[in-house]
Design a protein. Structure first.
Length: 732
């Protein structure tokens, strides 16, 4: 018997030495994995910074498109939101405030979040230089035998056959032209350059936070409620300045709103009317006027072709941006909220290109009709005139080629996403198979050749605990994000309420002090000899002037305070609710985590346990360590199988281990399906654009001119056409 014990001990020492060498390998592997994790974290942090900058610029672009859309509908720019209720505040007269998200139809995020936190500066200069007003500022070209001109018609009270107060986008275009030619003066909305330049409007994103330490979101000239913003070219410096400015000059707005082609399209018809009036008199100067009308009609047709191309390219760009946004949304499993929202905005904007092309077709028809009218008049006035030169040629080849390329690109993009969906579905199917196989393997190692054991239920409980951990982990992260958003909102409104309350309590003293400060600043500005010296003084004066507006009117100040208190209460209620939800979510997660750790330990550290045959009869129990046949040591296989199925940690399961990986892949597949829907929408939209262009190219408007005697159109009918074109804001 002693010899047997001695022989049994030798394998034990051998196994001990083998076990020690395995531990060294594990430690080396852990070191390598730790290094890889550190590298992954650094790469993630760099990508996060880049992605944050991209989302900031996307927010500015979304707000900019919303302002352009507002102009096309309301024929003016909105006033700033002074009290952060989302509505424009025109009565205050302020030029800088917050983006009026409710007025623009961008409401949906709390104040201080996403596009709602953007700074907004708009030109509200004197007279026709105020871009937030809509008045009858423009009239079509008009000539008659008495020598009346466009300027005379505009500057005098309307009379005769033409209707007054036709308010359309052309009136806004006229105000832009006035602003473009007006030199900057103190008090106008401007960009803080040297010298200061005036601007149409500007948007400011605060970046990642308070870079210059002034206790406000915005830095530099962007912070005070005056009439200046920083130069968009100013480079962000994380230690001093990280704002992003988007400026729209008067000239850029004139171009993006296509003001000149718009006005020319109406003037082309106006000149056609003029020709008809002249034809009725059969005066000699008919030839010169008709020639001018023909030139204008040809110019209008050419501009319409350019406008059509621009509309197509803008639609293509919007659909492309939508695809990119939805791709980002899908990659983030829906957590990139700005990208997910922006994708829908881009799709809507791209879909507007189709009606735009239809309007351009109507504009083209109007210009060709004007050319035909002028040509008919020319036929009456000069029978020798070459009428083949009258009808303008229209070239839409660039737009057609661009639309055709985008159709092919959209189809390829849709097919690529479909392939990605297929791959992800296959990956998910494989993960499910691997998970099920791993579960079978774990049960097999636990049972060690038997039908069942007395610890079978520990496997089921561990799987249930891992699933509960995953569900509660996602819910906790979601609620914690909501808490942070509502806390930021409460902090912002608290600051606003405190500022207004201080102004109310010390209104008289503060008003006297502000007046004194303004007088002192005025003296310093007058004494300054350079623009660089005046700039900070003017900025300080603007801040004081804004304070004076509120301090001088107790009713308005109280109203602003009341609004701020109401908004703070709403934000606090939301925060309280989210905090309660957070407590519940964190408690649930803690409970799920404790359950997982407990069930993990019960299986991972299981000792000797009974095994049973098919009839329920007990077989030999398991053992640990030096097992003598027929006893079986299953500890190593069971533990390796647990690690394979749930990950190496005994504290938390891994989302990439075989048990929870299918859940993660299911979320990715759902996000890819949303991206595929966006790709299909893009393909449908650009296909419609292409088909609209093909139809327009294959069936151009007719331009028929008959030589010889022609009965001209009645003047009243021609004026009616002109008036309706003006009332509709032109043909674009």
């Amino acid at each position: 018997m002693s010899t047997n014990f001695s022989n049994a001990s030798k394998p034990c020492r051998s196994r001990a030495r083998s076990s020690g060498f395995g531990l060294l390998q594990v430690l080396l592997l852990i070191s390598v994995m730790a290094g890889l994790a550190a590298m992954t974290y650094l790469q993630w942090r760099e990508r996060s910074a880049v992605e944050s900058s991209k989302q900031e610029r996307q927010a500015l672009a979304s707000a900019n498109r919303a302002l352009e859309a507002f102009v096309t509908v309301m024929n003016r720019l909105p006033c700033p939101d002074i009290n952060r209720d989302g509505e424009e505040d025109c009565v205050s007269g302020g030029q800088k405030g917050w983006l009026p998200t409710v007025t623009l139809g961008l409401a949906g995020a709390d104040a201080g979040v996403s596009v709602g936190q953007l700074r907004y500066l708009v030109q509200r200069g004197a007279g026709a230089n105020d871009l937030t007003l809509l008045t009858d500022s423009w009239r079509p070209l008009a000539y008659d035998e008495d020598g009346a001109t466009y300027t005379a018609m505009r500057d005098t009270a309307p009379s005769g056959t033409y209707t007054s107060d036709v308010l359309t986008l052309t009136d806004f275009c006229q105000r832009l032209e006035v602003g473009r030619t007006t030199s900057y003066a103190v008090g106008m909305a401007g960009v803080n350059t040297s010298p200061v330049r005036s601007t149409g409007y500007a948007l400011v994103h605060p970046g990642l936070g308070d870079a210059n330490g002034n206790a406000g979101l915005f830095d530099g000239a962007n912070s005070p409620a005056d009439s200046l913003v920083e130069d968009p070219l100013r480079r962000p410096l994380l230690a001093q300045y990280d704002d992003i400015v988007l400026e729209r000059s008067h000239a850029s707005l004139l171009a993006s709103l296509h003001c000149y082609p718009l006005i020319d399209s109406i003037n082309s018809i106006a000149l056609g009317v003029d020709v008809i009036e002249q034809v009725h008199g059969m005066r000699e100067e008919n030839i010169q006027d008709a020639t001018q009308a023909i030139v204008f009609a040809a110019l209008g047709a050419a501009m319409t072709a350019v406008e059509t191309t621009a509309t197509v390219l803008e639609g293509i760009s919007d659909f492309g941006n939508a695809a990119a946004d939805f791709a980002l949304c899908a990659a983030s499993l829906g957590f990139a909220v700005n990208a997910c929202a922006a994708g829908g905005i881009h799709v809507a904007a791209g879909s507007m290109a189709g009606p735009g092309i239809a309007l351009n077709a109507a504009s083209l028809a109007a210009n060709i009709a004007a050319a035909a009218m002028a040509g008919q008049a020319m036929a009456l006035a000069d029978g020798s005139y070459d009428l083949s030169k009258v009808c303008p040629a229209v070239d839409l080849s660039v737009a057609l080629a661009a639309a055709e390329k985008e159709v092919n690109d959209a189809r390829a993009a849709r097919e690529a996403v479909e392939a990605a969906v297929t791959r992800k579905a296959n990956e998910l199917a494989a993960a499910r198979i691997a998970r099920d196989a791993a579960i079978v393997a774990l049960r097999g190692y636990v049972r060690a050749g038997a039908v069942s054991t007395d610890i079978d239920l520990r496997v089921d409980r561990l799987m249930a605990a891992a699933g509960g951990w995953g569900t509660s982990s996602y819910e906790r992260d979601k609620v914690d994000q909501q808490v942070q958003l509502y806390q930021d909102s409460v902090d912002n409104w608290n600051k606003q309420v405190n500022e207004y309350q201080s102004m109310k309590d010390n209104r008289v003293a503060l008003l006297a002090q502000v007046d004194s400060d303004i007088a002192a600043l005025d003296a310093q500005i007058a004494a300054a000899t350079t623009a660089a010296a005046k700039a900070p003084l003017q900025k300080a004066r603007g801040e004081k002037a804004s304070q004076r507006v509120l301090l001088n009117d107790a009713t308005v100040l109280q109203a602003e305070l009341d609004k701020a208190i109401v908004e703070r209460s709403k934000a606090q209620a939301n925060l309280d609710a989210s905090l309660a939800s957070s407590i519940t979510a964190n408690n649930n997660f803690g409970s799920a985590r404790a359950t997982y750790q407990s069930t993990h330990g019960l299986l991972y550290n299981a000792g000797s346990y009974g095994r049973y045959d098919g009839a329920g009869a007990a077989l030999l129990p398991g053992c640990i360590g030096n097992c003598i046949s027929p006893f079986v040591d299953t500890t190593g296989n069971v533990r390796a199988s647990i690690v394979d199925l749930f990950g190496a940690s005994s504290l938390d399961p891994s989302l990439d281990a075989k048990y929870l990986l299918p859940v993660k892949l299911e979320k990715q597949l759902t996000a890819l399906q949303a991206e595929l829907d966006a790709a299909k929408t893009r393909e449908t939209g650009v296909t419609n654009l292409y088909q609209e262009l093909v139809a327009q190219t294959s069936s151009p408007p007719h331009c028929v001119i008959s030589s010889g005697s022609v009965t001209p159109m009645p003047i009243a009918r021609a004026l009616e056409i002109l008036l309706r074109s003006d009332q509709k804001g032109g043909m674009r």
